[in-house]
Design a protein around this ligand. Structure first.
Ligand code: GTP
Length: 595
């Protein structure tokens, strides 16, 4: 016997009854039949005796792989849990279950969970709403509800055997939604004999063919991460702001390698403590996940451990919050030892308070977004060892900081002014550094292309030398553990003499990005440094928009790092600022030139 027996309601069962249930596991169905009269009768009979619903999970080979004393939504078998079904496919398992009209009425009277009417206007028996959810969430091949005759009126007339299995209702998923927005179709109730004659294989093939047709524009690649982005509009926020935030989240998700299949938003006064979304909305999200074949849900917020776990449980696929997504990108982008140490530290610090209840989840993490990084293999270690590791990393980072301080001191001895290129991610910092110094820094139209600071010399028009340092890009709501972990890197900005604040002037929210950079600069204690605002990507911006931006920022210079436009003005501006910050140096240069 290969299947499992799950006694959801275990109390008071006799050994003989357990044996009877176990015998159901030995039944075999012809692969092309939904069920047989023999099986329907057998399950109806035990269900009637026990006065409890029974669910059987059958695979496409006709084996019964699980028997659960309970309803389909109560099934908890690995066959259903571990299935990752792509769009256009069903999970390869169907559930045949009994419905005892009287016991359900009783349960409804007692206020039991999960006895809602689906209100489908069908003449057949009602199908429990939670069971329909189980159908959609697990992408079951179908549900076959065996209506058990409980009123004692089943016939023994005409010398026939008793028929406890009164009628059958078949419910299957629909490709897309019907005109009432339902994801499933309940076929009219039929006799058990008629249900036995249904060609199961033909039905499933036809359904899967329809499902495939629904998604021609969404071909699934092996290993692809198909994400639904989720935003909750709370407080004073309006829907447009949320859309802007989701635009950025989409860019982050694409940078991490995901394909975006849908955005999903909800307006609430405040986030739900259990699911972040409302419970009903979370169910809706679970259905959408199945409908679109998504395997990743990304929230534009930071979740608590409880919200994370309960939402992941309900949607059935991996859930990431904004911080985890950013940490993942940082993990992919860290190339130097220093960068790797800092990302690992940030990951572990983020993970620590969220360890509760994550034990099994951590060992389940197979790969993909949110699981990468230098810390990846260490994620299965326990809390104590994580703490030890954090201590070690912090020591290493202090050593790096000391090394950096020494380097800086040496720089200071050379009396070279240090100019930090900082700005929002993707604003063109590395392109500018490359153009000015031929530093060959990695440039890509994705967020956080540069993680490791690069310092290069460049010469000003007066032939004096300055050091230019490219730094990690900033972003709105930069996760606190990241700022903490990257302090050593970010401090390059704090110790610089002048800040070149590079702005993507073509971005529709350039001013918001400027303000986010100011926030991080304040956090680093660098906001009072002299700042030159470099309005980059100017070739993409209308003149009047540029003029407006110029009026909003300190010390503006308009350039295009890509087209190498505006560099002389920029160099002149830097030189003027250096002279202002180092007046004695200016005098020395003048003397040298005159001599
Ligand atoms: P992070 O490392 O993510 O912080 O990015 P960054 O600020 O270093 O930006 P990067 O230099 O990597 O450039 C990001 C994208 O903007 C790249 O595709 C560049 O080619 C593009 N880019 C940079 N400067 C310009 C410009 O002046 N005009 C245009 N059109 N594109 C530019």
């Amino acid at each position: 016997m290969t299947g499992t027996l799950d006694l959801v309601k275990t109390k008071g069962l006799k050994k003989s009854e357990i044996n009877q249930l176990n015998r159901l596991l030995q039944k075999r169905l012809p692969p092309d039949r939904i069920l047989t009269i023999d099986l329907a009768e057998a399950v109806a009979e035990i269900s009637y005796q026990l006065r409890q619903p029974i669910s059987l999970v059958a695979n496409r080979r006709g084996q019964i792989v699980n028997v659960t004393l309970g309803q389909p939504w109560q099934i908890n078998t690995p066959e259903l849990r571990q299935v990752r079904v792509g769009p256009g496919r069903l999970c390869g398992h169907r559930v045949i279950y009994t419905r005892l009209a009287k016991s359900e009425k009783q349960a409804a009277k007692n206020g039991n969970k999960g006895n809602g009417n689906n209100g489908n206007g069908n003449n057949g028996h009602s199908v429990n709403k939670d069971n329909l959810m189980a159908l959609a969430k697990n992408r079951l091949d179908l549900l076959a509800q065996v209506n058990v005759n409980t009123d004692g009126s089943f016939s023994r007339s005409h010398g026939e055997q008793s028929h406890l299995a009164d009628s059958i209702e078949i419910i299957h998923l629909l490709p897309g939604r019907d005109s009432e927005g339902k994801l499933w179709k309940q076929m009219p109730a039929c006799t058990v004999r008629m249900a036995q004659e249904e060609d199961f294989t033909a039905l499933i093939e036809a359904l899967e063919e329809e499902f495939q047709k629904q998604i021609p524009e969404l071909p699934v690649r092996a290993g692809e991460e198909r994400a639904i982005l989720v935003g909750v509009i709370t407080g004073d926020m309006d829907a447009w702001e949320m859309e802007d935030d989701l635009d950025e989240l989409a860019q982050l998700a694409r940078t991490a390698g995901a394909t975006i299949c849908r955005r999903f938003t909800q307006t609430r006064r405040e986030p739900d403590p259990s699911f972040f979304l409302g419970a009903g909305k979370a169910q809706e999200l679970a259905l959408l996940v199945q409908e679109l074949g998504a395997n990743l849900v990304i929230l534009d917020h930071e979740l608590t451990a409880l919200q994370h776990n309960s939402l992941q449980k309900i949607v059935g696929v991996k859930v990431l919050d904004r911080t985890e997504l950013i940490l993942d990108i940082f993990a992919q982008r860290a190339h130097t030892r220093e960068g790797k140490l800092q990302v690992e530290l940030a990951q572990l610090k983020y993970l620590m308070p969220r360890l509760i209840g994550k034990g099994t989840m951590l060992s389940r993490l197979g790969g993909g977004i949110g699981t990468r990084g230098p810390g990846e293999t260490k994620l299965e270690i326990d809390r104590r060892r994580i703490r030890q590791r954090i201590n070690r990393l912090e020591d290493d980072i202090v050593r790096i900081k000391n090394y950096r301080d020494t380097q800086r001191r040496m720089r200071n001895e050379n009396h070279l002014p240090v100019i930090a290129i900082s700005g929002y991610t993707n604003s063109g910092k590395s392109t500018l550094l490359n153009a000015l110094t031929k530093a060959n820094v990695f440039v890509e139209d994705k967020l956080f292309a540069t993680l490791d600071p690069t310092t290069r010399k460049t010469t000003l028009p007066d032939h004096s030398t300055v050091l230019l340092c490219d730094t990690v890009g900033f972003i709105k709501k930069l996760p606190t553990p990241l700022v903490a972990a990257f302090r050593a890197t970010l401090e390059e900005v704090a110790i610089a003499n002048i800040i070149l604040h590079v702005v993507d002037a073509s971005h529709p929210h350039a001013l918001d990005q400027i303000n986010s950079v100011y926030d991080v600069l304040s956090e680093l204690g660098a906001i009072d440094k002299p700042i030159i605002t470099v309005l980059n990507k100017s070739e993409l911006v209308r003149k009047e928009d540029l003029l407006w931006l110029i009026s909003q920022v300190p010390n503006p210079v308009v350039i295009s790092a890509l087209k190498r436009l505006g560099f002389p003005s920029l160099m002149k501006k830097i030189q003027d600022m250096v002279e202002e910050v180092f007046p004695e140096r200016a005098a020395a240069v003048t003397t040298k030139i005159m001599a």
